[in-house]
Design a protein around this ligand. Structure first.
Ligand SMILES: NC(=O)c1ccc[n+]([C@@H]2O[C@H](COP(=O)([O-])OP(=O)(O)OC[C@H]3O[C@@H](n4cnc5c(N)ncnc54)[C@H](O)[C@@H]3O)[C@@H](O)[C@H]2O)c1
Length: 341
């Protein structure tokens, strides 16, 4: 039975999920490694990243990691680059029965691991659940109807998270495909960056639709090669998350892409927007595509723009002038080895 929840990370998403947990009657404490962040939230009575949303006094905030000592569920909500450091602090402190719920999206920057693999490295005994899907923090915080997927190798843990966080505003489906659910959430940020670039360049709806459709194929192709189930990518954490991220101004990745598409440098863009998971993911997806021998031309173009000073116009020209093929070339579009795209 889950009663006490610790949320690690007091950013927009951590706070939004903390509010969702509070609506379920749970006892919730949000932690930040940065005391100043907590002081600012408490002084303002709101999170500056969720402007205008008053925080109820029942929602507790702390900069002491003691909050994980007696919790039943620990939600990890820091950016991908901080997961390793934060999980290092949990090892030996948190009880092995505590369910760890990863709501971050991205990859470990050193060895391209999925984030749940990083968590597992530090906390091998704990049940680990990935909660993902189409979800802007701003909307979850306002209790706008949202649907997510709770995935774990441990089915009972996935169901437990599903049951304890579901309300009539937040519908959660469970899944055993933690690999697929996690990869959909991590790689769609690369496609969202591309969607923003197209928007910044003033390209059209046709371009965006083509990008999303072919981008999803690339995500699925790599996902299947890494052990995911193909159907997961047509679900909430695949297609669902791709749609929401590529079409909304809430998405930092898309906003960053718009700036790049308008001619801003990568470094200026990142300093204006803040955490851009798609930028980090573009580099790591490029490595994974090479490792698994999977063709990912859109992600490759994104990599070139982000890391090799590639020109967006030229990259789009290259993508559009590739050899013509059947849409479902190969045995099936999920088949990795037979596809030449
Ligand atoms: N914002 C959303 O709508 C949303 C939705 C779904 C998933 N996500 C994912 O959730 C994660 C967090 O996103 P966010 O929007 O809340 O980010 P954010 O930048 O708003 O907040 C990040 C939090 O992590 C903390 N942090 C940063 N570096 C740290 C470190 N080295 N050690 C400890 N804490 C550190 C920050 O202090 C902050 O509290 C990302 O992986 C993002 O992709 C975000």
């Amino acid at each position: 039975m889950i009663k006490k929840v610790a949320v690690l990370g007091s950013g927009g998403w951590g706070t939004a999920v903390a509010l969702a947990a509070l609506r379920c009657g749970l006892d919730v404490t949000v932690w930040s490694a940065f005391k100043e962040e907590i002081d600012n939230i408490l002084a303002a009575g709101e999170n500056p990243l969720l402007k205008g949303i008053k925080l109820p006094k029942e929602l507790k905030f702390t900069s002491s990691l003691d909050c994980v000592k007696d919790c039943d569920m620990c939600v990890v909500a820091v950016p991908s680059f901080a997961i390793d450091e934060v999980c290092g602090k949990l090892a030996g402190v948190i009880d092995s029965s505590v369910i760890i719920v990863s709501i971050s999206k991205g990859f470990d920057k050193v060895n391209c691991e999925r984030l749940s693999q990083v968590i597992e490295r530090y906390l091998p005994e704990n049940p680990i659940v990935v909660l993902s899907g189409p979800s802007h923090a701003e909307e979850v915080a306002l209790a706008i109807p949202t649907a997510l997927v709770s995935a774990s190798k441990d089915e009972a843990a996935a169901v437990m998270v599903r049951e304890c966080l579901s309300t009539d505003k937040l519908r959660i489906y469970s899944s055993q495909d933690i690999i697929g659910v996690e990869l959909g959430g991590a790689i769609k940020n690369v496609i969202a960056l591309c969607a923003g670039i197209c928007d910044g360049m003033g390209l059209g709806d046709n371009t965006k639709a083509a990008l999303l459709t072919r981008g999803l194929r690339e995500i699925a192709r790599l996902g299947v090669a890494m052990g995911a189930r193909k159907d997961t990518f047509t679900g909430l954490s695949g297609m669902g998350d791709l749609i929401v991220t590529c079409t909304s101004m809430h998405s930092r990745n898309r906003r960053a892409g718009i700036l790049i598409g308008k001619g801003n440098s990568i470094s200026d863009t990142i300093s204006q927007v803040g955490t851009v998971e798609g930028y980090h993911a573009a580099g790591l997806v490029n490595k994974l595509a090479e490792k698994y021998g999977v063709s990912m031309p859109i992600c490759k173009s994104c990599y070139k723009i982000c890391y090799e000073n590639g020109n967006p116009n030229e990259e789009i020209m290259k993508l559009m002038s590739r050899p013509n093929i059947h849409e479902d070339e190969g045995v099936s579009w999920w088949s990795v080895a037979s596809e030449e795209e």
